[in-house]
Design a protein around this ligand. Structure first.
Ligand code: PCA
Length: 324
């Protein structure tokens, strides 16, 4: 009896060891605070993968640019320093204009349009990221972008000379076109830049205004609904291919669910953020007609510029977008 029991025990111990060996750990660097809706969605995604794989794939979300800075996350995933990561696509427009398609003012300015643009952009993004040894898992848009500014404005001329926070090549370009002074600052450093007066205006969603406590220094937000930039969750292809098939399937399924959930939450939270900012004392402004007309002109210039740079791939995205 006794020897038989110890054989069983030994076998059980062996199984435990095997299970432990079969566990894969992935790091997921992200650039936004843990309480941001994108990050909460990532956390849910990680927990869904954990459950679906019985703990075989453990994904640790590192929020707030704690593991890699916003602009470094893409390269980290490409090089395998992180197996998976969340990036703001428009940050990489200088590398390839396709990444900037969802940062062009008024090309896609509502959730419905943004969804169409995402679908039009996807095949080209798959190709680009694929060529860099990565895969696109899912995208989720930020709420529509508006203008944070300290005084009431009637047109873009009223923003001339302002110290303007940019988060992307396109938001720096807007500053250039309206005669503001751009300083590129990612979300993780925004609160401090506002508090120290390094910047006094910027364009972003209600979400980032809320996260960064912009209401402490800026009182107006113009709801221009100019564009909806997307976060993308990308994975290193070798890391993905190293997973067994059921685990790969679990990742893809959880990603598809995260995408659907994320789009819905973004839209719901858009209204919530506006209310929350108003409660903190901000004035949520409907942009005057002249301001909108001026910004649309900026958008027209930027789209023409972008199309020139983006070539055939860019044209494919615009054609697919216009067809739907
Ligand atoms: N928030 C991010 C990008 C777009 C947005 O709404 C930011 O301001 O950095």
């Amino acid at each position: 009896m006794q020897p038989f029991r110890s054989v069983l025990l030994a076998a059980a111990a062996g199984a435990v060891t095997l299970a432990a060996q079969a566990q894969t750990k992935w790091d997921l660097p992200a650039a936004y605070p843990a309480t941001n809706f994108h990050t909460e969605n990532l956390t849910q995604f990680a927990s869904d993968v954990d459950k679906a794989t019985g703990g075989k794939l453990k994904i640790t979300v590192h929020p707030n640019a704690s593991l890699f800075k916003a602009n470094e996350i893409k390269r980290a995933v490409q090089g395998g320093q992180a197996q998976i990561g969340e990036v703001l696509l428009v940050n990489f427009e200088n590398e390839n204009p396709i990444y900037g398609a969802d940062g062009i003012p008024f090309l896609a300015a509502s959730y419905a349009e943004s969804k169409k643009l995402a679908a039009a952009q996807k095949p080209v993004l798959d190709k680009l990221l694929g060529a860099q040894g990565m895969m696109l898992l899912y995208t989720v848009p930020w709420p529509p972008q508006g203008i944070y500014v300290k005084k009431e404005i009637g047109s873009v001329a009223d923003m001339r000379g302002l110290k303007w926070r940019a988060y992307s090549p396109a938001t720096a370009k807007i500053a250039e076109l309206i005669g503001a002074q751009p300083v590129t600052i990612q979300a993780a450093e925004l609160s401090q830049a506002l508090a120290t007066g390094v910047v006094e205006s910027y364009m972003s969603s209600g979400s980032t205004g809320y996260d960064s406590k912009t209401y402490e220094s800026i009182k107006y937000w113009y709801d221009t609904q100019a564009w909806l930039p997307k976060n993308a969750v990308i994975v290193n292809k070798k890391a993905f291919e190293a997973l067994d098939k059921p685990t790969q399937d679990a990742v893809l399924k959880a990603a598809a669910e995260a995408e659907e959930r994320g789009w819905k939450i973004s839209q719901e939270k858009n209204d919530w953020y506006k209310k929350a900012l108003a409660e903190k004392g901000m004035k949520i402004m409907t942009p005057p007609a002249k301001l909108t007309a001026d910004l649309k002109q900026v958008g027209t210039v930027m789209l023409a510029d972008w199309q020139k740079k983006a070539g055939a791939d860019g044209q494919a995205v615009i054609d697919a977008y216009n067809k739907k």
